[in-house]
Design a protein around this ligand. Structure first.
Ligand code: PLP
Length: 377
């Protein structure tokens, strides 16, 4: 039973079915000057336009395909920072692909400040106002936390930022938001926004960066000049298709998926409530329906994870990328005590999970926690 959907999802089976035809008809290099090559290039443009439509981008804005959201996040910060950039703001809640870029830029001598999180895992308007100054040139704050599911009010934060410095570049990592929430870049007011295909039932190794017109971006990868010179390398046609098609499917079913997934999460919480266990749910009142971050006090998360894995249940502690490191930067930033951090697991859902799976998983989880506590007490 797979409950680690915030780390990745299974590719939609209808998309896999489309691959065969695409591989026959569109395997040509989109850079080829022959008609077949031009055909692939135009197919990629259709995919790009479909994604731009889904996120409310205008025709003159750009959307750059990358090899991952990690790359898109790196590009957003590294590609806009200039010698004379005065101040960069990054939230403490960011995924390592933003946070570690912030740390790197700080190490290189830039003035980077990390905005603390509230107890609920968000960046509050009040806290943001303390950090946002007239000399802030770049801000990066995520839409939804991959760790706790906490949702930031990006539109309000952008408004505050632009009131203080109208020229500030506001980037949002929306990897856990795109395809799950109604995300419109115009309404949010962001200048750049990152997404990833494999979190929404597309292929791994495909990401994208929305870039508003007039934002000056430098490439990280140089070469043959693909993607308008901003991201060289032969385009991953099937991957790009998978992202655009996955987003179309997700957008068509946004509300029903969200309601369904919320019903799964609610059922799990109801079962936990009746279990008599002592636990803490993080970002309880403000989290994405797709993520449940829960700490079973007195347990060691890693042991619980292994015990669950032995019984066929896959969950995670923190994000997959950082799970090998001890501690949890995000929960620490939220001010969670040590016993909550050590015992924290992340259960993340997708439209493919069923209520039966939830009930089975909940029974296994409760037994595992009770077994563990009985052993250590
Ligand atoms: N940003 C967030 C919020 C994520 O959850 C992830 C993946 O866990 C990433 C960025 C990186 O995505 P990718 O695997 O496409 O590099």
């Amino acid at each position: 039973m797979f409950f680690d959907n915030a780390s990745t999802t299974q590719i939609d089976k209808t998309i896999i079915a489309d691959f065969e035809k695409l591989n026959n008809e569109l395997f040509y290099n989109p850079g080829g000057l022959y008609a077949k090559g031009r055909g692939v290039a135009s197919f990629i443009e259709d995919c790009r336009n479909s994604i731009k439509d889904s996120i409310g981008a205008s025709a003159s804005d750009s959307f750059i395909f990358t090899g991952s959201a990690t790359e898109a996040n790196n590009m957003a910060l590294m590609g806009t920072v200039k010698k004379h950039t005065r101040k960069i703001l990054v939230s403490m809640g960011e995924h390592p692909s933003v946070y570690n870029v912030g740390v790197e830029l700080k190490n290189r001598g830039f003035n980077v400040e990390f905005i603390p999180l509230e107890k609920d895992g968000t960046v509050s308007a009040k806290m943001f106002e303390k950090y946002m100054t007239e000399d802030t040139d770049i801000v990066s704050i995520m839409y939804t936390s991959n760790e706790t599911g906490a949702i930031n009010d990006i539109a309000t934060l952008v408004e505050i930022a632009k009131d203080i410095n109208p020229k500030v570049i506001f980037h949002c990592d929306a990897v856990q938001g795109v395809g799950k929430f109604d995300i419109n870049v115009e309404d949010l007011g962001v200048d750049m926004l990152t997404m990833s295909a494999h979190k929404i039932h597309g292929m791994k190794g495909v990401g994208g960066l929305y870039v508003k017109k007039n934002i000056q971006l430098k490439p990280l990868i140089l070469g043959g000049g693909q993607e308008g010179g901003l991201r060289s390398g032969t385009e991953n046609t099937l991957g790009i298709y998978s992202m655009s098609r996955a987003l179309e499917i997700a957008t068509e079913n946004l509300k029903s998926n969200s309601e369904y997934v919320l019903s799964l999460k609610t059922r799990l919480i109801d079962i936990l409530e009746d279990s008599g266990l002592v636990y803490v749910i993080h970002s309880k009142d403000n989290a994405s329906p797709y993520v449940l971050s829960v700490s079973f006090i007195g347990c060691r998360a890693e042991t619980i994870l292994n015990m669950l894995s032995d019984r066929g249940v896959m969950v995670s502690n923190g994000s997959a990328c950082s799970s090998k490191k001890s501690g949890n930067r995000i929960l620490e930033a939220m001010g969670c005590p040590k016993d909550e951090i050590e015992s924290n697991i992340r259960i993340s859902f997708s439209k493919n999970n069923t209520i039966e799976e939830i009930e089975n998983m909940a029974t296994i989880l409760i037994n595992v926690v009770k077994e563990y506590l009985a052993k250590v007490r």
